[in-house]
Write a protein that binds this ligand. Structure first.
Ligand SMILES: [Ca+2]
Ligand SMILES: [Ca+2]
Ligand SMILES: [Ca+2]
Ligand SMILES: [Ca+2]
Length: 474
């Protein structure tokens, strides 16, 4: 296998057709290569003169937020620690047929880089990066967020939040900027990607990793907001990702969920080329409908209320570029989003050892915000608890799909108060009631715990399509 055919997992091995891959060739063979699509990598810069990137490099999709200039060239050091953005860029748009390094998933897409991680990452830096040239850039790929230490619960601050919202409402001529996000590498610390407000946001397409042999990698974080999966590194005997490297080099050792998000960004670029009118929410629908469990191993594959297989490690499974472009071509936009907000709690409640909320909902029936079918659920809750890491929070759909909004994080037992957390989950069919369960997974001590605020936000689209059940939803 030549390196030029790189992205080892993109390649189908003809000798073993049953081996699943991302099916980029399925899209390429239909003529989709990313032409006309603009992707940027929000990272530590991009080596714009790399021989495998230069021909696709787009200065209008690039900026140096760290130094406040237009040149995102990485800062070179002896240890090459600023190689990450260049590696991610090659996965998306390394040029084809030039005998240099590998081939990006969308090898004719325009690629830029925003240098924003090589310095203090403030709210201003994030917001600037997320909203860069949003009428020109279509897709932003990012693999950063709060510490993966299994303790942190954090997310975008004021300006970055506004940037996400402005991006999806005004970006790309109002169709919405597409934010692709790595789910995080805190697996060893038993971190939960739902505690990362960037990947957990409904505005980001959250991407997890699987290994060459279809296993959950050691660094993988499980959570309900993960939408889909691409390949990346695993055990030492498994292959890693081939891509462009700093100093005009090529590497076959790109790793982690950071390597997964750009592969997804490339596939999304192919789908966008197939249909430039897709909104940010259309793209999520395409991902959910075309991703599949393939051969991916985990013990938590469940079939949700509408018959889709879903896992907290893999979301809806492995992305399929060929299927994405096919579905994209004749896709009818899902229409405007509706939000129905429900207050679940009117006064503080003691959590005790187990607190169960169960509520029959009318989904705002009879009002303009009526939710006809469910796309996202956000549970916004504020609680005080002296051993936060022992909390488990589950959301159970009317058809019995159980989503873990928060799994216990045992390294995370320090005292902490007043934490606000927003969790999103995507696996329900709209019906009349939803149960939110709060479990405390600790039996040795007596805890005081109070639930202060809890409301539930249902977000949806009015269905345009119908299916056997009369609804055509996640
Ligand atoms: Ca610069
Ligand atoms: Ca090449
Ligand atoms: Ca994390
Ligand atoms: Ca997300």
């Amino acid at each position: 296998e030549s390196v030029e055919h790189g992205g080892m997992h993109i390649e189908k091995h003809p000798s073993n057709p049953s081996e699943a891959d991302l099916n980029a060739r399925g899209a390429w063979s239909q003529g989709y290569t990313g032409r006309g699509v603009v992707v940027t990598i929000l990272d530590d810069g991009i080596e714009k003169d790399h021989p495998d990137l230069a021909s696709n490099y787009d200065p209008d999709a690039s900026y140096d937020v760290n130094d406040g200039d237009s040149d995102p060239q990485p800062r070179y050091t002896q240890r090459n620690e600023n190689r990450h953005g260049t590696r991610c860029a090659g996965e998306v748009a390394a040029a084809a047929n030039n005998d240099v390094c590998g081939v990006g998933v969308a090898y004719n897409a325009k690629i830029g880089g925003v240098r924003m991680l090589d310095g203090e990452v403030t709210d201003v830096v994030e917001a600037h990066s997320l909203s860069l040239n949003s009428q020109h850039i279509h897709i932003y790929s990012a693999s950063w967020g709060p510490e993966d230490d299994g303790k942190t619960v954090d997310g975008p601050a004021k300006l970055a939040k506004e940037a996400f919202l402005r991006g999806v409402t005004e970006g790309r001529g109002g169709l919405g900027s597409i934010f692709v996000w790595a789910s995080g590498n805190g697996g060893r610390e038993k971190d939960s990607c739902n505690c990362d407000g960037y990947t957990n946001s409904i505005y980001t397409l959250s991407i997890s990793s699987t290994t060459q042999y279809g296993m959950v990698p050691w660094y993988s974080e499980a959570c309900s907001s993960t939408l889909a999966t691409t390949f990346s590194s695993g055990n030492p005997n498994e292959k890693q990702i081939v891509t462009t490297d700093l100093r005009q080099k090529c590497t076959d050792t790109h790793t982690g969920t950071s390597a997964s998000a750009p592969l997804a960004a490339g596939i999304i670029a192919l789908a966008l080329e197939a249909n430039m009118n897709l909104t940010w929410r259309d793209m999520q629908h395409l991902v959910v409908r075309t991703s599949h469990p393939a051969h991916l191993s985990t013990d938590d594959w469940r079939t949700n209320g509408v018959g889709r297989k879903v896992s907290h490690s893999y979301g809806y499974g492995l992305l399929d570029a060929g299927a994405m472009v096919v579905l994209a071509q004749n896709w009818t936009s899902v229409g405007p989003q509706h939000q129905c907000v429900l207050t679940m709690l009117s006064e503080p409640r003691d959590i005790g050892s187990r607190l169960l909320f169960s509520k029959t909902l009318d989904s705002c029936w009879g009002r303009p915000e009526y939710v006809n079918s469910l796309e996202h659920v956000q549970a916004r809750l504020t609680l005080s608890y002296n051993h936060r890491g022992n909390l488990a929070i589950h959301l159970i759909s009317p058809l019995g799909t159980r989503s873990t909004l928060l799994a216990p994080r045992y390294t995370h037992t320090h005292t902490y108060c007043g934490n606000t957390k927003e969790s999103s989950s995507t696996s329900y069919q709209s019906d009349r009631y939803i149960i939110l369960q709060v479990n405390i997974n600790m039996f040795t001590e007596k805890h005081s715990a109070v639930f202060d605020v809890f409301n539930l936000c249902l977000l949806e689209v009015l269905c345009i399509f119908s299916s056997r059940s009369g609804r055509y939803c996640f």
